[in-house]
Design a protein around this ligand. Structure first.
Ligand code: HEC
Length: 106
């Protein structure tokens, strides 16, 4: 019985820690006044409003960081890059790390 209780507490604290870890990224991602990410990609990044918008929730963290940095530094110029260049202008390098952590958590 004791073991079960310990296991349950461990699970709870791990998931609480995970949500604390991704909370600031979630705020940055959802923040309506800033980049409007969720307006186009949906709350978890997987509900794009247009069929030609990509699903980004659950993508690898390092990949997400690289793509966001490339738009911000105006290095990625494919397809529909314009809204992304504008969206990423508002975010610092640290913000990008936090957003990537949030999106990769799905
Ligand atoms: C106006 C709609 C719009 C907004 C707002 C927007 N995006 Fe995007 N996003 C797109 C489109 C369209 C693409 C595909 C662009 C391309 O072809 O390069 C994209 C691509 C991406 C990619 C790369 C996906 C891949 O697999 O290569 C990431 C990551 C991303 N967006 C994250 C974000 C984040 C984070 C924000 C908020 C800061 C945001 N987007 C705001 C429309 C939007």
């Amino acid at each position: 019985m004791k073991k079960v209780v310990v296991a349950a507490i461990t699970c709870l604290s791990v998931s609480a820690f995970a949500s604390v870890e991704t909370e600031s990224g979630r705020q940055l991602y959802l923040s309506p006044g800033k980049g409007g990410c969720a307006t186009c990609h949906g709350e978890t990044g997987n509900e794009p409003v247009m069929p030609m918008y990509p699903k980004i929730g659950g993508q690898m963290e390092m990949y997400l960081i690289n793509q966001m940095q490339d738009y911000k530094l105006k290095k990625r110029k494919n397809g529909l890059f314009v809204p992304m260049e504008v969206a990423m202008e508002h975010y610092s390098d640290e913000d990008i790390l936090q957003i990537a952590k949030y999106l990769a958590s799905f």
